[in-house]
Design a protein around this ligand. Structure first.
Ligand code: 6PG
Length: 467
């Protein structure tokens, strides 16, 4: 009997995932809260093996056991509401897969609740947007391994591919799949922001046209910066609308978000580790939202004079390329370090090499650099921080001066560079054998008797500083 797979939620991702799964030889049963979307999928895809259902009960009864059900709905309370309505129709052994951007702690909680009923819950990151869902996303499933094994063949068939390898791998128990997706999204925010800062820098310093920007990014895309985000950016620059010219020029400079980047930052705070670049990229979006205040401030707060800028364009465009690549390395170093600390905390035993492998195709952060990360973890699986690998050390030693000069130049001419500045600051802090934290300790001890430890003697000490 043909295996039926259920999908709840016919938004763009749910619909495209349904079509992807159907194209791999399964019968797909679909349900959406509003009937119209369900009907539209069936009407627009008349010859497909897709069965519409109009109630949760009908949906659950249509599936053969054990049921494989994907939830492709907005994260948050919607998921809990659907689980509440759906779970009475589910049997022990059935598998419920949350393919949205859920918060990993919610996934842990749902996992626990459903396991009490014998229902297997798989929280999976699915990356790649609309096109990825349809043609092959990058998939990051977390949950019970035996349950995963049962659905693995479906995942493997629908995932993106790099040659013979599929961009899906079991990540680990309970919330780990959604955790990895959260870090993926944080890196996505960071990568987008450093690209945006570099674009703004070269555009404003050298008064570059859209065509010139498109050419520069297109060229960069052929080298070590090669990535999906650089590629789409080069195309965005030159995209025109028949009436109004370059579309980019007409887009309001207010960046929205759905919260996953902020979760990554909040979690870094909870873990007590530095995640400055992702955090700055979240803040950069928040700053962009203050459009009215910025308009007001731009009229009264002074900056430097940009008119007398005599920097060499050719030199700086190449410096910008190197600055972008090194800051991207630092971004990944921070993100993967967070994965390591979370993996230790939750005993997930994450496989970083495998994670980099599944990011290579399908997802938004796919790039040539991921192959370097794979090589690093192949050679040194236990490396603490990617920046300590010979490959990154070489690039850093070669490019750090350029990242520094680009940030200095940006500051000199008043171009905001929150995330690139965070990159060079992290770099300089990380390579400092001594930091001014001794003074912080002394201050804490001075005003609060918090005590301090010393280089040269054991124990904790307190000084009556103001005596
Ligand atoms: C992906 C993306 C996706 C995310 C969007 C929007 O991997 O396909 O990460 O899951 O929802 O990129 O995110 P923001 O609205 O927060 O920018």
């Amino acid at each position: 009997k043909q295996k039926k797979i259920g999908i709840i939620g016919m938004g763009v991702m749910g619909r495209n995932l349904a079509l992807n799964i159907e194209s791999k030889g399964y019968c797909v049963t679909i349900y959406n809260r509003s009937k119209d979307k369900t009907d539209a999928v069936v009407t627009n895809n008349p010859k497909k093996n897709i069965i519409p259902c109009y109630s949760i009960e009908e949906f659950a009864l249509s599936l053969n056991k054990p049921r494989f059900i994907f939830l492709m709905i907005t994260s948050g309370t919607h998921i809990d509401n659907v689980i509440k309505i759906l779970s009475p129709y589910m049997n022990p052994g059935d598998i419920l897969i949350d393919g949205g951007n859920s918060f990993y702690k919610d996934t842990m909680r749902r996992n626990l609740e459903l396991s009490k009923k014998g229902i297997n819950f798989i929280g999976t990151g699915i990356s790649g947007g609309e096109e990825g869902a349809l043609k092959g996303p990058s998939i990051m499933p977390g949950g019970n391994i035996d349950a995963y094994k049962m659905v693995e063949s479906v995942f493997k068939k629908i995932a993106a591919r790099v040659n013979d390898e599929t961009c899906v791998a079991y990540i680990g128990p309970n919330g780990s799949g959604h955790y990895v997706k959260m870090i993926h999204n944080g890196i996505e925010y960071g990568d987008m922001q450093i690209i945006a800062e570099i674009y703004f820098f070269i555009k404003n310093i050298f008064h570059l046209t859209h065509e010139a920007l498109g050419e520069i990014f297109d060229k960069w895309n052929q080298g070590e910066l090669n990535s999906y985000l650089i590629e789409i950016t080069s195309r965005i620059f030159v995209r025109k609308d028949a009436k109004h010219g370059y579309i980019l020029d007409s887009i309001l400079d207010v960046a929205r978000n759905k919260g996953t980047g902020a979760w990554a930052s909040q979690d870094a705070i909870d873990l007590g580790i530095p995640l400055s670049m992702i955090t700055e990229s979240v803040f950069a979006r928040y700053m962009s939202v203050l459009k009215q205040q910025r308009l007001k401030a731009s009229k009264i707060l002074l900056g430097p004079n940009r008119e007398n800028c005599f920097e060499s364009k050719c030199l700086y465009v190449e410096k910008a390329r190197k600055a972008l690549y090194l800051s991207k390395i630092i971004l990944y170093a921070q993100g993967f370090y967070q994965l390591k600390i979370a993996s230790d905390k939750y005993h997930w035993d994450l496989n970083y090499k495998q994670i980099a492998q599944i990011f290579r195709a399908g997802c938004i952060i796919r790039s040539k650099f991921l192959q370097k990360i794979i090589d690093i973890y192949s050679q040194t699986p236990d490396i603490t921080n990617l920046l300590l690998s010979p490959y990154c050390v070489n690039i850093a030693n070669d490019y750090q001066q350029m990242l520094r000069e680009v940030v200095v130049c940006g500051i000199k001419y008043g171009i905001p560079m929150p995330t690139l500045s965070a990159a060079i600051s992290y770099y300089d802090s990380y390579r400092s054998n001594v930091l001014p934290a001794n003074l912080i300790q002394a201050q804490r001890d001075c005003f609060g008797a918090h005590t301090y430890t010393c280089f040269d003697k054991k124990g904790t000490f307190h000084t009556d500083w103001l005596k």
